[in-house]
Design a protein around this ligand. Structure first.
Ligand SMILES: NC(=O)c1ccc[n+]([C@@H]2O[C@H](COP(=O)([O-])OP(=O)(O)OC[C@H]3O[C@@H](n4cnc5c(N)ncnc54)[C@H](O)[C@@H]3O)[C@@H](O)[C@H]2O)c1
Length: 249
């Protein structure tokens, strides 16, 4: 890729949940484009191994904890400098079950990581983006947040929340410099998150994808790269489909 197109040279990026799966793919792609990347993950070991391989920074962080988020963000600022790119990717599917089979602690846990985690991270970085009048925030939602998958009610509703949180924040920061906030809605991608979902639920999701296959991590990372680049300056508050044609709106 020529340097001048979509270069992220000189940029400092955070990728939450970057220790494996889609987050790891995004971290590697942003690094290849020139960014210094901080991996914030609950799992210190995987975060460290990805960070080492891309000359990045690993920070152990639980995105659902305000204190953990504050400490992690200040560690990135101290070690790498001001954050210009935030990718909120950390998420869990929760237990696949009908609403009446779930206890509230299980539902609350999915909400805490998938939704509270996103607003806490946004809060922790957006003030400095406003001061610098530049920033890119990209939140990983899901097609589940548009369609509502059965037996994944908590997951689907948190992802709907992420889509709308992104739209609201985009409008709050619009016109205060070049700061954009977008989300993406991938359909099924082959990662470890699928180990926690029963095969019949995964088959149901894949059967609804017209292209007829799961998405690839690299395909997601490419879209994220564009959306966090300086070039994507007239695009904000949008939810980008990357669902093999599943999305109808
Ligand atoms: N794989 C899919 O089919 C798919 C489809 C649509 C959207 N997504 C979304 O993409 C994102 C990444 O999913 P994945 O498939 O790569 O999952 P994954 O399970 O492979 O990776 C998730 C990462 O998040 C980290 N994490 C979990 N809880 C955390 C917490 N509290 N604080 C910090 N880090 C935490 C994990 O340690 C892990 O490294 C998620 O938000 C997921 O909802 C995935």
């Amino acid at each position: 890729m020529p340097d001048e197109f979509f270069s992220l040279k000189g940029q400092i990026a955070i990728v939450t949940g970057g220790g494996q799966g889609i987050g790891e793919g995004i971290a590697r792609r942003l690094h290849t484009a020139g960014a210094r990347v901080a991996i914030l993950d609950l799992n210190e070991t995987t975060a460290e191994s990805v960070a080492q391989s891309i000359d990045g920074l690993a920070v152990q962080c639980d995105v659902s904890s305000a204190e953990s988020v504050r400490q992690a963000v200040s560690s990135v600022e101290r070690n790498l400098g001001a954050i210009s790119i935030l990718v909120n990717n950390a998420g869990i599917s929760g237990k696949a079950a009908y609403l009446w089979e779930l206890d509230e602690q299980e539902i609350d846990r999915v909400y805490a990581i998938n939704l509270r985690g996103v607003y806490l991270m946004c809060q922790a970085v957006v003030k400095s983006m406003l001061e610098k009048r530049y920033g890119r925030i990209l939140n990983v939602a899901s097609i589940a947040g548009k369609e509502g998958n059965p037996r994944l009610l908590s997951y689907s509703s948190t992802k709907a929340g992420v889509i709308c949180l992104s739209k609201s924040l985009a409008k709050e920061v619009a016109g205060r410099g070049d700061i954009t906030v977008n989300s993406i809605a991938p359909a099924v991608v082959q990662t470890h998150i699928l180990d926690t979902i029963p095969k019949e639920t995964v088959d149901y999701m894949v059967s609804r994808i017209p292209i007829g296959r799961t998405g690839k991590i690299e395909e997601i990372a490419a879209l994220v790269h564009y959306l966090v680049s300086a070039e994507a300056s007239f695009t904000t508050g949008q939810c980008y489909d990357i669902s093999g044609g599943r999305a109808t709106y």
